[in-house]
Design a protein around this ligand. Structure first.
Ligand code: ZN
Length: 469
């Protein structure tokens, strides 16, 4: 019997919001502070301390939820998720369980429309550090504002899940709501995966993968898990509902805990925080204030400026680079601008030591024949090194291209005279010999002759000789 396997994947993404202070107290969110220095009675959960909600965190989360096309609860609320763990000082985490900020949204990645189940605010727990025999706990992270984004199980392959996360991260970066730094843990991803042979109810036997903290880990761990579950099913075994981790060295998933042992979090409304009511008009003003999404920007470039997909991918991947391109493309032909940036500036931090105006100037000079392409690149290089503008560099170096026809004609005549053998080669049908002659003329002019004019004149003179010689 043959059967078609279907993979069903959903993601849960935790994102650290870009605020200066924590979600319920005024402690700093500085990542580099010494352990346990950014703490106070509120984030340490001392009895009698009262949380107060950080407005900035609400605005950032709202921006994310609106950008993900969510419906917004004008009245959302906070709940306690109760469990015991040493890095959770209060014995519960404050989250939004019953009434999240956003719900029923979607995010379009290429052809795929992925449902967003919910977007809600919550606080982070502390950090447990295993140090040999000892376990250390840093509460600096306790109370850091997070937004959790839960997708519908709409992803059908590990690669699709990775691409989705990549595009989502880019969007979140453009929104400016988080650093999205996966190494530092400001963007963390868990995934649910199950395999079905079609027709089965999904979610029955799903496995949750925890802490997939790089794009590579996401694709590899899901791939591994997909194969593991297929092998079990082929052997007639049931897939146990469980939570698994990803071992990056061994490149395999391992059992963390079975779902049967899973804790009941006994959610109940947080009594110390009022209902979160969004002002009239706030949702609309957040929507109006959204930047153009990177995915839309890329499409516009391809559609209006006919930029190749390969180039738009490179240009869009950093917002500062994309902005730089956008400005340059308004001063010089966009396709040229895209090509120049991709070929010469991708290894630089943006903004680079050259302005869009200056790059546009170089491109336009090359187009006008004032500079050869390679001279243009030299000018660009010197701009980056010295911070001087192109006009000044060209003047100092005496690199103005010579387009004077009399001068170029003399050059061409001299080269033809000095290389009779090569000229004969050309006349006997070796067309490529012209390249050598042009090279000689350029060399004589020390690279300053307009190569287009040299080519035209050289060709004309050679053809004359062919016909009348
Ligand atoms: Zn605090």
């Amino acid at each position: 019997m043959s059967c078609k396997w279907e993979t069903i994947i959903g993601l849960e993404i935790h994102l650290q919001l870009k605020t200066r202070s924590k979600i319920f107290c005024s402690c700093s969110t500085d990542f580099s502070a010494p352990a346990n220095t950014n703490t106070c009675p509120i984030c340490l959960g001392w009895p009698g301390s009262m949380p107060a909600l950080n407005q900035k965190a609400v605005l950032l989360a709202l921006r994310g939820a609106v950008a993900l096309n969510c419906k917004i609860n004008r009245e959302s609320s906070f709940d306690r998720k109760n469990y015991f763990y040493p890095d959770l000082p209060k014995g519960f985490q404050i989250t939004q369980y019953f009434r999240p900020l956003g719900f029923e949204g979607f995010f379009q990645v290429g052809e795929n429309k992925v449902g967003i189940q919910r977007v809600h605010l919550e606080e982070d727990a502390g950090k447990t550090i295993y140090n040999g025999e000892e376990v250390e706990i840093d509460y600096n992270r306790a109370g850091i504002p997070l937004v959790e984004i839960v997708t519908e199980p709409d992803l059908v392959s590990p690669d699709q899940a990775r691409d989705f996360l990549r595009e989502l991260r880019l969007l979140l970066l453009y929104l400016g709501i988080s650093d999205c730094n996966m190494e530092e843990g400001s963007l963390r991803c868990d995934a649910n995966i199950s395999i079905s042979t079609g027709g089965e109810k999904t979610g029955e036997n799903q496995v949750e993968l925890k802490n997939l903290n790089s794009f590579q880990a996401i694709a590899r761990a899901l791939e591994y898990e997909q194969n593991r579950q297929k092998a079990l099913k082929k052997g007639g075994e049931e897939i146990a509902r469980e939570t698994r981790g990803w071992d990056t060295t061994e490149e395999k998933t391992f059992l963390l805990r079975s779902k049967e042992e899973s804790v009941d979090y006994r959610y109940f409304p947080e009594p110390d925080l009022p209902v979160l009511v969004l002002e009239e008009g706030l949702i609309d003003s957040v929507r109006m204030d959204l930047p153009e999404k990177p995915q839309e920007r890329k499409k516009r470039w391809e559609r209006e400026w006919k930029i190749e997909k390969e180039e738009t991918e490179v240009l869009i991947s950093q917002q500062a680079r994309a902005d730089f391109f956008e400005k340059t493309a308004r001063l010089a032909p966009p396709r040229e601008a895209a090509k120049w940036i991709k070929e010469n500036l991708v290894n630089f931090d943006f903004p680079p030591e050259i302005s869009p105006e200056e790059l546009g100037d170089i491109i336009n000079r090359v187009r006008a024949g004032e500079l050869s392409t390679s001279r243009g690149k030299d000018v660009l290089q010197l701009c980056l090194e010295s911070g001087k503008n192109p006009a000044r560099i060209i003047q100092e170096k005496g690199w103005t291209q010579v387009s004077d026809e009399d001068y170029i004609e003399k050059l061409v005549d001299r080269v033809l005279e000095e290389n009779p053998g090569v000229v004969d080669d050309y006349l006997s049908g070796k067309d490529k010999a012209i390249r050598f002659l042009i090279g000689q003329a350029m060399k004589l002019s020390q690279g300053q002759a307009n190569p287009g004019l040299v080519w035209d004149l050289m060709e004309r003179k050679l053809e004359e000789r062919k016909n009348y010689g």
